[in-house]
Ligand binder design. Structure first.
Ligand code: HEC
Length: 188
């Protein structure tokens, strides 16, 4: 009888845990995912109306600013990371993020749609349990004017990028690849 009780309890707590995880994921998505269409919409509009040079600040200042606003509102850590960062100081992934981004590339190659690639789990972060979530940031055609093949970039833009980012690794992308991830770490 006692054994059954323990089994029942652990099944119930595993179920509750799975439900909690689903709720955490939903809540995280709801708070941070609107950032992605906001930034790419802003990028599209700025490139179309003011040209590519004028759109540099969208990725360089507007996106980080919006992310910071969301981080301040939620109290979570929110970042953009990439396996090939342009701004390494800001966007170098940690080992968990590297693993997830590598996994996204594998999942994308296996045919999963880029727009919904995500992963969330509870991890031990220096002795503290935290919820981590990461969502793929796909490369759309508007991104190519600054993240496409180096030789395809406008010369003045290329010069500007080299000046600001001498160690730039964020070129050579094609549409339909994964530029990086939007990543969240929230306390439990
Ligand atoms: C007008 C040029 C330009 C365009 C177009 C552009 N980016 Fe960027 N991108 C940049 C610059 C400059 C940075 C470096 C930002 C910084 O200093 O943090 C950057 C950085 C990023 C980063 C952070 C990781 C890193 O490499 O430092 C991501 C993610 C990113 N861009 C995604 C995109 C996506 C997705 C698109 C298309 C919707 C796009 N970018 C279009 C110029 C551009």
């Amino acid at each position: 009888m006692r054994t059954y009780f323990f089994i029942l309890c652990s099944v119930l707590s595993a179920t509750t845990f799975a439900q909690d995880l689903e709720a955490l994921k939903r809540d995280t998505r709801q708070k941070v995912l609107p950032l992605l269409p906001k930034v790419s919409g802003m990028m599209q509009e700025t490139v179309a109306t003011q040209g590519v040079m004028a759109a540099i600040p969208v990725c360089k200042e507007k996106a980080p600013q919006l992310i910071k606003e969301h981080a301040d509102q939620t109290g979570w850590s929110i970042r953009r990371v990439s396996l090939k960062a342009r701004n390494a100081e800001r966007s170098t992934p940690d080992s968990w993020e590297v693993r997830q981004l590598a996994d996204f590339n594998i999942r994308a190659a296996a045919g999963e749609p880029l727009e919904t690639l995500e992963h969330g789990e509870v991890v031990n972060d220096k002795g503290v349990s935290v919820y981590r979530y990461i969502r793929a940031i796909p490369v759309g055609s508007v991104c190519l004017s600054c993240h496409g093949a180096t030789e395809s970039l406008a010369p003045n833009l290329r010069a500007e990028l080299i000046k600001n980012y001498p160690h730039d690794r964020a070129t050579g992308y094609a549409a339909g690849q994964i530029r990086g991830g939007l990543t969240v770490k929230r306390p439990l």
